[in-house]
Ligand binder design. Structure first.
Ligand code: GEK
Length: 258
């Protein structure tokens, strides 16, 4: 894998001081500055999931689309791209002419930084970074859609419509990869998973205050589904085949095949 240029990443110290209990988590400049450190220390398997995306893309992206010059390309959407880590991983494993990547995030602080990082590292690649709400955009025909830890931030009632739009845009043979934090239906299993998840965060250097501060700030912002709910919804929107290919504690990744 090619090495990308390191950005200046701050250590995540967001919840090291007591916060207003009502403060909600938002993807602002402060979060952007420490995001790579935060997500690596907070999401079990984050790096492993990212590393598999180009491997999946090799198998399922078959130059089914055309770029503005009429060249055959594989079009990939990175929805809720944050700093573009998924797009970066893909660009690192493909020649510039092979892919057309569209990376979208609702947070201008994220897309500003993602644009810089992607332009600095992959100036030759066809990567468009857009600031938009993924509920509002139209999707062009595509080979692969990545929803890496993004669906969980949409209001529950809006998730079906976004997945329907993705299903409609995917070409036959294309895939959707959805990675999410989940909760277990069984309360005891859920309690065990949540506690071991906090152990995971402790092992990665987070204090009790940081863990509880983040939990409070994410309340009603990050709303999890069960794994069964994810699979049912994917069936409901039309995907006939979908598979949980990765699980690490309460974090899962599903691949859905069109
Ligand atoms: C990664 N995928 O590093 N429209 C667009 N973006 C949204 C919306 C929306 N309606 N709601 C939230 N977001 C990334 C990580 S982070 C996950 C994704 C996390 C964006 C939000 O601004 C944030 O950047 C991203 O979804 C979620 O592979 O921080 O746990």
């Amino acid at each position: 894998m090619s090495q990308s240029k390191p950005a200046t990443v701050k250590h995540d110290t967001l919840f090291t001081t007591p916060l207003d209990k009502a403060a909600r988590f938002s993807f602002d400049e402060q979060v952007v500055a420490c995001f790579p450190d935060m997500i690596r220390r907070s999401v079990p398997g984050y790096g492993q999931v990212l590393a598999m995306l180009p491997i999946f893309a090799r198998r399922h992206c078959k130059y089914r689309q055309q770029d503005d010059n009429g060249q055959r390309v594989s079009r990939i959407y990175d929805l809720g791209c944050s700093l573009g880590a998924a797009s970066m991983t893909l660009a690192g494993e493909f020649e510039s002419q092979d892919l057309q990547i569209k990376a979208i995030d609702i947070s201008p602080a994220m897309t500003t930084e993602a644009t810089t990082l992607l332009e600095d590292n992959y100036p030759e690649h066809d990567i468009e970074v857009m600031t938009a709400d993924i509920r509002d955009i139209e999707l062009e025909p595509c080979d692969m859609v990545i929803l890496n830890l993004t669906l969980q931030f949409l209001p529950a009632a809006d998730r079906v419509a976004v997945l329907e739009k993705i299903y409609a845009a995917l070409s036959e043979g294309g895939i959707l990869v959805v990675t999410e934090k989940t909760h277990a239906f069984d309360e005891q299993y859920d309690a065990w998973l949540v506690e071991r998840y906090y152990d995971f965060k402790r092992a990665n250097g987070y204090t009790e205050m940081e863990i509880s501060g983040k939990r409070n700030a994410l309340e009603n912002v990050l709303i999890t589904d069960t794994l069964a709910q994810h699979h049912t919804r994917l069936s409901d929107v039309g995907f006939q085949r979908h598979l949980t290919w990765f699980q690490f504690l309460n974090f899962v990744s599903i691949v859905a095949f069109k």
